[in-house]
Design a protein around this ligand. Structure first.
Ligand code: 3HC
Length: 690
């Protein structure tokens, strides 16, 4: 796991623990032993610590968290580095994250390849750095800059790391050779530089800036236990000696590892990665070549999807039926790129390159050369079937034909072609150029190589593809529909829109369902209910009154003078009371907890049905979809993980009660949920045994 080569007085220790050199027990033991050997070896004057692969060290091994740790611990290894009489230089060839950067910072110097990235992303896992990171980083770059970096968790590129002072230099060419030269210079100098001994950046001014940032961070996210802990750990380093401050950090870290928020975030980390593996789809499934793409429809969705291709370097043709629509669509895309260049998120050269990769054409025949065609036309089965039957005669053999439908039956769309094996759904979320989630809809006849190619494409487009089966609304929208229905029912039973929204934002969503409806436009749901059936008496009445939400200045709320935050409208509240009376419902008040249960338990129940039907392969896939496509708070781990933390018995009993109270049998617990509740089981365990 650690290769050792001694040459010219320098021992080069190379970590080799694929895929990311995570510092698990075996690697820690091997590294500790290799260091001890090199330090004891009289022929060795200096040590270089390098790593194999594209990641230097991806951090502590997250799978070991919460379990008893086998020694040596990472802090034990850092103690050995601190005590080393010989200099150790880290040669950082790829990402040095979390414990990986902490290891490097405990060395006596660091050099990095220009492509390397360095960061302490622990905050994203609900914890804080636990191996001296909160102490050494402030000593290297100042407490203010260090706090900022640890608060966002975002890594910085090598050049930035060098200018901040995290690494000594970003070096082109042979990294290990450069590390050797430098470490020998240190050995010759006779003085061992250690981050722990430095204090010149711990100035009163930097401390004041850190305190201001910490106060702001805590104000913005008062419930984030790890943000408070991060501030305390950094502060300890300014008030106490190094070892005492490291002990404070370690205690905070240990507490946070047991925090339900961190458990949920770690669960979400692995669920996201597991979603990439589709049961029954072997890793070595052949892939089709994807070099060119066509998108049908230049609307908001089509334009956004075209941008994803252009951003990934894939030339794409946007196809419309008439010139005006095409021009409007392409102008919108150019406007978005111009905005990004103006904000500095891309360079002007990148803007031009990306715009240059998008061409427009009138007429489906222009899809004939594309390796993949994505239809993003009007959400209507007739329209889609017509497009696909024409595409069948136009697309080249072997081209992948994808529909961006949000609800419709992909099997029925595939059936109009003579090549259903090449057809699947790629459900992008709006805005498609921003949102990471893509539901990859595997239809009955979708060929394995088409699915595998689509999943690879998702990664190339920098997306998070999750495979789902065919049903109305797939995973995300099918569950959302349950929440919408429950929301309407709550209004009739006595809650007001602002109370429901407040309960949902209190739960952790950025927006409540009614504010969201007003933002998206109430006409959308109203039209789709007209097409697909279903009634939402309150929302439909509002739409019928021309109250479409923000765009008309009135929806569930009022938006006077173009305001973006709505205010309560007595007219809406009177309307709700009237509709409730018409339905013979006696209204009552609800607590925020009751509101959350009424909205979210039916979603969990639908999730259970989705699992039973095999529409999603595992609870983690559902959770990944909700966290990344619908803003479910990641620290609650997604609806299925959250239900496990609530207790499935509680959820099932509440659903039985809702069904009895409302006379709506579809609210009763699904068989899977009922069974797990009876057995005292959890969705997480279902994953393991299914
Ligand atoms: N521990 C355990 N497994 C890890 C891991 C870690 N720190 N980091 C990655 N892995 C695993 C993934 O689960 C995945 O496993 P799989 O193939 O079985 O699904 C595999 O390594 C490859 O990971 P990715 O698919 O994410 O590979 P990428 O190349 O896309 O990304 C990466 C590589 C940027 C290193 C990314 O994996 C990542 O961000 N990892 C987590 C980094 C992190 O949060 N580090 C801090 C850990 S906490 C810590 O260090 C505490 C310390 O302060 C004491």
């Amino acid at each position: 796991m650690v290769r050792q080569e001694v040459d010219g007085g320098v021992a080069v220790l190379t970590l080799a623990n694929p895929p990311v050199n995570a510092l698990g027990a075996a690697l820690r033991a091997a590294l500790d032993e290799a260091l001890a050997t090199a330090i004891a070896d009289d022929s060795v004057r200096a040590i270089v610590l390098a790593a194999e692969g594209r990641v230097f060290v991806g951090g502590a091994d997250i799978t070991e968290f919460g379990k008893p740790q086998r020694p040596p611990s990472l802090p034990d290894i850092l103690d050995r580095l601190d005590a080393s009489p010989k200099p150790v230089m880290a040669a950082i060839g790829g990402a040095a994250l979390g414990g990986g950067l902490e290891l490097a910072m405990a060395c006596h110097g660091r050099v990095a390849a220009p492509s390397a990235k360095l960061g302490l992303p622990e905050i994203k896992l609900g914890i804080i750095p636990g191996a001296g990171g909160t102490q050494r980083l402030p000593r290297l770059i100042g407490p203010d800059a260090a706090f900022r970096m640890m608060l966002t968790g975002e890594p910085v590129p090598a050049e930035t790391a060098a200018s901040l002072g995290i690494v000594d230099a970003a070096v082109l060419g042979d990294l290990v050779a450069a590390a050797r030269t430098r470490v020998l210079e240190i050995a010759d100098s006779g003085a061992l530089p250690r981050a722990r001994d430095r204090s010149e950046k711990l100035t009163p001014e930097a401390r004041a800036r850190f305190e201001a940032q910490a106060a702001e961070a805590v104000r913005r996210d008062p419930d984030a236990t790890n943000v408070h802990a991060l501030a305390r750990a950094v502060r300890a380093g300014l008030e106490q000696d190094f070892d005492a401050a490291v002990a404070v950090e370690r205690a905070e870290f240990r507490t946070l590892v047991e925090d339900p928020r961190s458990k949920a975030l770690r669960y979400a980390f692995f669920a996201e990665r597991e979603a990439a593996r589709v049961p029954g789809l072997p890793k070595d499934t052949p892939r089709r070549t994807l070099a060119t793409a066509a998108v049908i429809g230049a609307g908001t969705m089509g334009g956004g999807i075209a941008m994803c291709f252009a951003n990934a370097g894939i030339p794409v043709t946007v196809i419309e039926t008439e010139a005006a629509a095409l021009e409007r669509g392409l102008d919108r895309v150019k406007g978005l790129y111009a905005g990004s260049a103006k904000r500095g998120s891309i360079t002007e050269a990148q803007r031009d390159e990306r715009v240059g990769r998008i061409s427009g054409a009138i007429g489906l025949e222009h899809a004939g050369e594309a390796d993949i065609v994505i239809e993003a036309a009007f959400e209507d089965m007739g329209v889609k079937r017509e497009i696909f039957s024409k595409l069948d005669t136009i697309a080249k053999p072997g081209a992948i034909l994808a529909t961006n439908t949000s609800y419709l039956d992909v099997n029925a769309i595939a059936a109009v072609t003579g090549r259903p094996q090449d057809v699947l759904g790629l459900h992008f979320f709006s805005p498609a150029n921003v949102m990471r989630l893509v539901e990859v809809v595997r239809a009955e006849k979708t060929a394995p190589d088409v699915l595998a190619t689509a999943l690879d494409l998702g990664k190339r487009l920098n997306k998070l593809p999750v495979t789902v089966g065919v049903c109305f609304g797939f995973v995300g929208n099918r569950m959302l529909e349950r929440r919408s229905r429950a929301g309407e029912r709550l209004l009739l039973e006595g809650a007001l829109p602002h109370e429901v929204d407040a309960a949902v934002t209190g739960f952790g969503f950025r927006m409540g369902p009614f504010a969201m409806g007003d933002l998206a436009g109430l006409d959308i749901g109203w039209r789709s209910r007209k097409d697909f059936g279903g009634r939402a008496p309150v929302a439909d009445s509002l739409a019928e009154m021309g109250r479409y939400g923000q765009k008309t200045g009135r929806g569930f709320y009022l938006y006077p003078d173009g305001a973006r935050t709505g205010t309560r409208d007595p007219e809406v509240e009177a309307l709700i009371a009237r509709v409730a009376a018409e339905h013979g419902i006696t209204r009552r008040s609800f607590t925020p907890d009751e509101i959350v249960a009424r909205l979210m338990y039916p979603m969990v129940n639908e999730g259970a049905r989705i699992l039973e039907e095999g529409i999603a392969a595992r609870p983690g896939d559902i959770d990944t979809i909700w966290i990344n496509g619908y803003n479910w708070p990641a620290w609650r781990g997604g609806p299925m993980h959250w239900a496990d933390t609530v207790g499935l018995k509680t959820v099932a009993e509440a659903l039985s009660r809702f069904a009895a109270e409302t006379g709506d049998d579809s609210q009763a617990p699904a068989p899977l949920l009922r069974r797990l509740a009876d057995e005292g089981g959890r969705f997480a365990a279902w994953k393991a045994t299914a």
